[in-house]
Design a protein around this ligand. Sequence first.
Ligand code: NDP
Length: 298
Amino acid sequence: MSIMDYAIEGYKNVQAKQYIGIFGNPIKHTLSPVIHDTLSKSLGVDERYIPFHITDNLKAAVESAYDEGILGLNITVPYKQEIMPYLVDIDPAAKAIGAVNTLVRTDVGYMGYNTDMPGLAKAIFSEGMELKDSKVVMLGAGGAARAVAYMCLYYGAKRVYIINRTFEKAKSIADDINMEFGKDCIIPLSSRDYKSIPEDRYIFIQCTSVGLHNGDGLPLVDDRGFYQMAECGVDLIYNPAKTPFLQLIEEMGGKAFNGLKMLLYQGIMAYELWNQVEISEELANIVYSELKNTVYSK
Ligand code: NDP
């Protein structure tokens, strides 16, 4: 099967000198083409970004992509872990996080990276927040939370509480990432035990899928008073623009940011790896405006 057979409707006959793209399931609603096609167009590069709908046989799809010259790929749900055995090498941070979202072509196969982690860090820094010596409260312990916990320690956070509905998952992330950095500053908690977090000022990072798309669902900790400790809050979700979590953060006086800048910067970093270019902040802002128009004008 040719890799273009996996392309979603509307992309099967796209013509360009060079192709990049994304593997996922579902994939129809991905916003990533907006990021990458805007970058290529602005830079005058004849390169198109194709969403590939991969329902099974990931290995065969990666092999086709490589054989047919695809320059680079993003990997999204549900393949960020499953892709790992099919790569020739994996960047140490992606290995420690346990998830790959970017494949970069080499002479012998694809190498795996994780740009979600530095993408979120860049988004946080661009809003004027610091992670060095910070204290962080994370809600959620899924795949994205693992990258967030790694990011917190990588950039020097002093203490990180991970609260999750399923305690074992928070504990697994805390154990792995503490061990990776030779520290014990990540503390896992069940959502029932959130009151054991000492009074202080924290960066709150919402990593659960609660509030996704229609904005329904109460935040994992549904206690307004708890959010008084939030200096600011970041939700990885960007649609809706204001989740119930972000509403609570603002109501309790904190600054609130959604996950659209994380999406922007993880994409920009992947594009930089594929094309060996550096994207200016000016161009990043143009792409960000395109993204906002696409997501929020619907
Ligand atoms: P996972 O499915 O791996 O994890 C989901 C998390 O949400 C778990 O902690 C789970 O808890 C929790 N959860 C789900 N439903 C409920 C509920 N009803 N009540 C309480 N907790 C719940 O997802 P990911 O980690 O991959 O993604 C998490 C979010 O981050 C998604 O919304 C995703 O869209 C967003 N994201 C955004 C990115 C961006 O670029 N902006 C990049 C990556 C992710 P439990 O462990 O108990 O099941």
